[in-house]
Design a protein around this ligand. Structure first.
Ligand code: 6GU
Length: 241
């Protein structure tokens, strides 16, 4: 996969691409990163890329010309163009899975008060990362890239993305590692039992418990089998007492 980031702040991406899993994925040739500075495409003699909003109002708006010229220069028939903006559907694991199947992602980072709406005709998709406002799309782009790259075949150990949070609409169960006892706090005995069936059932129940506590909205989308439904009913009963 190739990932192109179009931004006014390309320096933000260097440490991100050069660290941990992003770096490893790149060294294994599973992903190629490039940053494109939108300012390089401005035709303004003072290299401006933004201007005051028509109709008035606070802040500056990114101009359409530099962004569209940038896209015309780098886009191919395989490119999937995404604009990061808070005025968009919220990104999630299902979108990350879908994007991980594309061969070329172009992520455009909006800045200032927004991007001239005429850019919309040149993008395939708009994405927000949540219900809060950032100064720009750069951190949002990193979040999208991180979640997509870790799903590419060969980046993580096989199967490690199968059982995690949001796959099947549940939060992940609690995890423990050594030591067995920390300041008197013990690892749940079932995890030391070697009894795989009981471990699986305990994890499912704790996964349901966390989801019920923190993200009850997810349970409406989860299609629970008979065992899961019985465990959830037990949890709901517990919380009544
Ligand atoms: Cl994609 N951009 C900005 N500026 N703010 C955001 C966002 C994106 N997603 C949530 N807040």
């Amino acid at each position: 996969m190739k990932i192109s980031i179009a931004t006014l702040f390309d320096a933000m991406f260097e440490p991100f691409f050069m660290t941990s899993i992003m770096k490893k994925a790149n060294l294994k040739n599973l992903v190629q990163f490039e940053t494109i500075n939108i300012r390089d495409y401005t035709k303004d003699k003072h290299t401006r890329v933004d201007d005051y909003p028509y109709g008035g109002g606070a802040g500056l708006v990114m101009q359409v010309q530099p962004i569209v010229d940038m896209l015309k220069a780098i886009k191919t028939k395989d490119s999937h163009v995404i604009l990061l903006t808070p005025a968009a559907p919220v990104f999630n694991q299902a979108r990350a899975r879908a994007l991980s199947k594309k061969s070329h992602l172009i992520l455009i980072c909006g800045h200032y008060e927004g991007v001239d709406e005429r850019v919309m005709a040149y993008v395939d998709e708009v994405l927000s990362i949540g219900d809060y406002v950032l100064t720009g799309g750069e951190l949002a782009a990193m979040i999208v890239v991180d979640s997509v790259v870790r799903l590419l075949d060969g980046v993580l150990a096989a199967d490690s993305t199968k059982e995690e949070s949001f796959e099947n609409h549940l939060l992940e169960y609690p995890q423990y590692t050594r030591p067995e006892t920390f300041e008197g706090d013990q690892v749940p005995g079932v995890l030391l039992s070697g009894h795989h069936q009981q471990i699986r059932s305990w994890r499912l129940k704790e996964s349901l418990r966390k989801t019920l506590k923190y993200r009850p909205d997810l349970l409406e989308k989860a299609d629970l089998d008979q065992e899961a439904q019985a465990l959830l009913n037990a949890l709901l009963k517990e919380s009544e007492d």
